[in-house]
Design a protein around this ligand. Structure first.
Ligand code: GDP
Ligand code: IMO
Ligand code: MG
Length: 423
C-alpha cells in the first residue's frame, strides 16, 4: 500500500518534519507534485536542513527517495540541494531516483513567473517566483521539456525553441524585467550536467513493482489542500493538485492502492502570499504566534500571516483528501495564550453556514469562534500523551469530534524528537 502525508492548510504545516519522523517505517518516500516552491524543514542532531525538491526521507540511510512524474524540477535549485547533502556527508547517489516524466523548470519559466506577477500588480498571487505556474502551463499546454528528454539528441534544440517562445511571451507582458539570460543559462546547463549523474527511471513502473513486492511507500505532499489548483482558494493557489488524488496522477498509482492518509495541520493557521484567510489576525495574538512559531517562509523568507485554527476549512480538507489520521503540529506555540479560539462557523451574506463557500473573501464571510481555555505549561519537553495539559487534551478532543477523525501524532517542537504519538 501507499500512504499519503498531506498538508491540510495553506502549506508549511510541518510536512518535512513528520516525513522525517515516519521514514523509518517506510522503504520509499516519494514526492508527487509541486517543485522548489516547497520548503520542508528538518531538524535533528542540532542541524537544520531545508529541502525543496528532494523527498524528506533522504537523511535516513535505508530509504529510497523518488521524485515523481508530477513534480517540476529546477536543476539549479536541485544542484544546491545536492551540494548541501554532500556537505553533510549524505550518500544520496544510490537512494535518489528521478522520474523521466518529471518536467523541467527553465530559466525563462522563472522570468515568466516574475513578468506575470508584475503585470498583475496588486492582484498578484504572491508566488514564490520559482517558475511553477509557467512550467505547469507548458506541461498541460503540451510544450514542456521532461527529464527523459535530456537523454535525446535534440533536446538542446527543443530547449532553444521553447526559450525563444518564452522570450517573446515576456515581451507581451510589457513589464520591465532585468535579467542576464547568458548567466542564467550557464548556471542552468551546469546544473543539468549534475542532474544527469543521478538515476532517471520510469517511475510508474518502479513504484508499481514496489507495490507488488509489498514495499511500504509514503507519498510526501507539498503545499497544502487550500493551495490546490482545483479545491484551493483559486486563483490564490499553486498550479498542481496538492490533494490525495494528486498522488495517483503524480506517481502513477491506482486509488485502490492508497492506505492511510495522514492529514497534517498546525494548531493555528498560517498563510504566505496573497489570498483570502478568514481567521487571519492583525492583533497582538497574531504577532505572538508569528514570533513564537518563527513564522517565516522556508523558501522565500517572507513573514507568514497568522490566525486561529479554521475548523470549517480543516473539515473541508479532511473530506476532500479522505484523511484517516490527523497530526497536529506546533501545539507548543500556543502555550501561554489565556484563550484559544477556533472557527466553527462562518457568517456568509448574513447567514450562519458550516461549509466552505465559493467566495471566502472578507466582504462575503466573517468567522464565528468557539473559545477554549489555554494552558501555560511548556510542551517542548513532554514525551507522552499523559503529560499533556488537560486543556490541550480538550482542544484536541474538540477538533477530533468536529472533523470526525482522530489525532494520532502531536508535535511539540521542531526537532525530530519533539514528537508525541497517540495510540
Ligand atoms: P513544511 O513546508 O510543511 O515542511 O513546513 P515548513 O518547514 O515550511 O514550516 C514548518 C516550520 O515549523 C519549520 O520551521 C519547522 O522547523 C517548524 N516546526 C515543525 N513542527 C514544529 C512544532 O511542533 N513546533 C514548533 N515550534 N515548530 C515546528
Ligand atoms: P510547502 O511545501 C506555503 C504559495 C505561495 C503563493 C502560492 C503560489 O513548503 O508547504 P507558487 O510559487 O506555487 O506559484 O505560489 O502558493 N506557496 C506556498 N505556501 N508553503 C508552500 O510549500 C508553498 N508553495 C507555494 O506563497 O501564495
Ligand atoms: Mg514549507
Amino acid at each position: 500500500m501507499i500512504d499519503l502525508l498531506l498538508g491540510l492548510q495553506w502549506g508549511d504545516e510541518g510536512k518535512g518534519k513528520v516525513v522525517d519522523v515516519l521514514t523509518r517505517n517506510y522503504d520509499i518516500i516519494a514526492r508527487f507534485q509541486g517543485g522548489p516552491n516547497a520548503g520542508h524543514t528538518l531538524i535533528f542532531d542540532g542541524n537544520k536542513h531545508v529541502l525543496h525538491t528532494i523527498p524528506s526521507g533522504i537523511f535516513h540511510p535505508r530509504a529510497m527517495n523518488l521524485v515523481g512524474n508530477g513534480v517540476v524540477i529546477d536543476p539549479v535549485i536541485f544542484k544546491k540541494e545536492l551540494e548541501n547533502l554532500s556537505r553533510h556527508n549524505i550518500n544520496f547517489k544510490e537512494r535518489l531516483l528521478i522520474s523521466r516524466k518529471a518536467h523541467i523548470i527553465l530559466p525563462t519559466h522563472r522570468l515568466l513567473d516574475a513578468a506575470s506577477e508584475k503585470m498583475k500588480g496588486k492582484a498578484k498571487i504572491g508566488s514564490t517566483l520559482k517558475g511553477i505556474g509557467p512550467t505547469y502551463m507548458d506541461k498541460t499546454g503540451r510544450n514542456g521539456i521532461r527529464v527523459g528528454d535530456l537523454e535525446l539528441s535534440d533536446w538542446k534544440e527543443r530547449y532553444s525553441n521553447l526559450c525563444h517562445k518564452h522570450l517573446k511571451m515576456i515581451k507581451f507582458y510589457e513589464v520591465e524585467l532585468e535579467f542576464d539570460l547568458d548567466a542564467m543559462e550557464k548556471e542552468f546547463f551546469e546544473a543539468i550536467e549534475v542532474l544527469r549523474e543521478l538515476q532517471f527511471i520510469d517511475s510508474e513502473a518502479y513504484i508499481n513493482k514496489a507495490l507488488r513486492d509489498k514495499k511500504s511507500i509514503l507519498a510526501e505532499g507539498a503545499q497544502g489542500s487550500l493551495l490546490d489548483i482545483d479545491f484551493g482558494t483559486y486563483p490564490y493557489v499553486t498550479s498542481s493538485n496538492t490533494t490525495a488524488a494528486g498522488a495517483c496522477t503524480g506517481l502513477g498509482v491506482a486509488p485502490s492502492r492508497i492506505g492511510s492518509v495522514y492529514g497534517i495541520f498546525k494548531a493555528y493557521t498560517t498563510r504566505v502570499g496573497s489570498g483570502p484567510f478568514p481567521t487571519e489576525l492583525f492583533d497582538e495574538d497574531g504577532k505572538t504566534m508569528a514570533r513564537i512559531g518563527n513564522e517565516f517562509g522556508a523558501t522565500t523568507g517572507r513573514p507568514r500571516r497568522c490566525g486561529w485554527l479554521d475548523l470549517i476549512a480543516l473539515k473541508y480538507a479532511v473530506e476532500i483528501n479522505g484523511v484517516t489520521n490527523l497530526m497536529m503540529m506546533k501545539g507548543d506555540v500556543l502555550s501561554g495564550f489565556k484563550t484559544i479560539k477556533a472557527c466553527t462557523s462562518y457568517t456568509y451574506k448574513g447567514k450562519e453556514i458550516l461549509h466552505l463557500p465559493y467566495n471566502i473573501e472578507p466582504e462575503n464571510v466573517s468567522v464565528n469562534y468557539t473559545e477554549f481555555e489555554g494552558w501555560d505549561e511548556d510542551l517542548t519537553a513532554i514525551t507522552s500523551p499523559s503529560q499533556m495539559p488537560e486543556n490541550l487534551k480538550d482542544y484536541i478532543r474538540f477538533i477530533e469530534d468536529f472533523v470526525g477523525v482522530k489525532v494520532s501524532l502531536v508535535s511539540v517542537g521542531p526537532d525530530r524528537n519533539q514528537t508525541i504519538r497517540i495510540e
